[in-house]
Design a protein around this ligand. Structure first.
Ligand code: SF4
Length: 441
């Protein structure tokens, strides 16, 4: 990350504590920078439901991709009277979206910020413990989190009767086994329980029947890292950070990767335009390259073109324009890249990561890959593009067991919409000649 502008607690609540030497901020330094002030404040002065109300009123939306309101999600948990005394908080740190690295960035630099966020969320929903479900490949992060958890235990912030408040809470680290589908909430729960990681039928939703049958809330890393600043500075400040540019509140880690001069991730107010991020922060396209297309928030988001560069990066604006904000870590496609090859590469990933539970996804995605491979090799049949369009419909929203397949076809569908000629160029000239010949006859 390149820190272009000075970072302050008021303007950069997620990243202002980060060190210039890229090293993690450990306990002593974290506390010297107002670390753990917020959890001490709520343990001393706030009831559980007051914290839920605060986050609800802040407008904080989940940063994992779906953008559901965090306080609303918390309030879906059954009341303490009806639920028994066991409920869980899961931290989704299974960041496997290709091209996305924002949660890793936070956990590598500020492990204690995540621990404090988990403590605040755990207190709010009255959880007994939290499991951090961490992507298998994040080896350094696992070491950093283990150290941060131990440091928090040592000063009495994790354990029994925390700071004399009567709140008992533990945090465990669990590393996944390397499956993309574990990012889906219920597949994550199955994996934690030692079962095959396939999504569960909903309802019941995890808020009522989750981990080991108990009420469970799942929050993303970046979402949880927002909590300490909201508690410390209040909701008016939080809402005002992006007020001039967007309805969404707070800041968001956003970035650009691909062949740009300065790929990276930056903490920015919602509503910053994609052009500003690309040109002012990512330094524009590399010399000699032109922007052809871009994905706003991960491999499963629909492509935009150059004409979309002036849109503001927030949940609603990106959605109205025809894609999803997703993780807000965008990827550029330059004019030298073939859309057919790129989409084939993405669909290979999604086909491999299908959990295989339902037929359209299990059989449809490999079929898409085969068709794209033949178009890539210029050996496609005349009906291949039509079949691809039909498969986009068959794998679309509401037709499969979870959102994996609908997400997988978003890049394909949008590439067909904007770059149809590249797909049609993959049809074998043999067939075109034969067809012309048949027409003549
Ligand atoms: S859509 Fe794909 S990932 Fe989701 S349940 Fe069906 S087979 Fe599994």
């Amino acid at each position: 990350m390149n820190f272009i502008y000075p970072r302050t607690p008021e303007t950069h609540p997620l990243t202002w504590r980060m060190r210039e030497d890229d090293q993690p901020v450990w306990l002593k330094e974290y506390q010297s920078k107002n670390g753990y002030v917020s959890i001490r404040k709520i343990l001393k002065y706030m009831q559980h439901d007051e914290v839920v109300a605060l986050i609800k009123n802040s407008g904080l939306r989940g940063r994992g991709g779906a953008g559901f309101f965090t306080g609303v999600k918390w309030s879906l948990m059954p009341s303490a009277y009806t639920m028994g005394d066991i409920r869980y908080l899961l931290c989704n740190a299974d960041e496997m979206e290709p091209g996305t690295y924002k949660d890793r960035f936070l956990m590598e630099r500020l492990p204690h910020l995540l621990i404090e966020g988990i403590l605040i969320a755990g207190y709010a929903i009255q959880a007994v413990c939290s499991y951090i479900f961490l992507r298998y490949e994040y080896v350094n992060v696992s070491l950093y989190l283990l150290r941060a958890i131990q440091e928090a235990i040592d000063i009495g912030l994790i354990g029994t009767n925390i700071l004399g408040s009567g709140f008992n809470f533990k945090i465990y680290l669990h590393t996944g086994a390397g499956r993309y589908i574990c990012g889906e909430e219920t597949a994550l729960i199955n994996s934690l329980e030692g079962k095959r990681p396939i999504p569960r039928a909903k309802p019941p939703f995890p808020a009522t029947v989750g981990l080991w049958g108990k009420p469970t809330c799942i929050n993303n890393v970046e979402t949880l890292c927002n909590l300490p600043a909201i508690v410390e500075h209040g909701i008016n400040w939080y809402k005002n950070i992006s007020a001039k540019k967007s309805q969404d509140t707070g800041t968001k880690l956003m970035g650009f990767s691909g062949r740009v001069n300065n790929p990276g991730v930056w903490e920015l107010p919602f509503g910053t335009s994609a052009r500003e991020i690309l040109e002012d922060y990512a330094g524009g396209m590399c010399a000699g390259l032109h922007l052809k297309a871009w994905q706003p928030g991960g491999a499963s988001t629909a492509f935009f073109t150059y004409d979309h560069l002036d849109i503001n990066m927030d949940f609603d604006t990106v959605s109205i324009a025809g894609s999803r904000l997703g993780t807000a870590i965008a990827m550029v496609v330059d004019h030298e890249m073939s859309m057919v090859s790129l989409v084939r590469n993405l669909e290979e990933f999604f086909a491999r990561e299908s959990c295989g539970w339902c037929t359209p996804c299990r059989d449809g995605l490999p079929w898409i890959v085969k068709l794209l491979m033949s178009l890539e090799e210029k050996t496609g049949h005349p009906g291949d593009v039509k079949i691809l369009e039909e498969l986009c419909f068959i794998l679309g929203p509401g037709k499969t067991f979870c959102a994996h397949a609908p997400g997988a076809i978003e890049p394909l569908q949008s590439a067909l919409k904007y770059f149809m000629e590249e797909f049609e160029e993959g049809i074998s000239s043999d067939f075109i000649i034969k067809l012309r010949h048949t027409d003549d006859v």
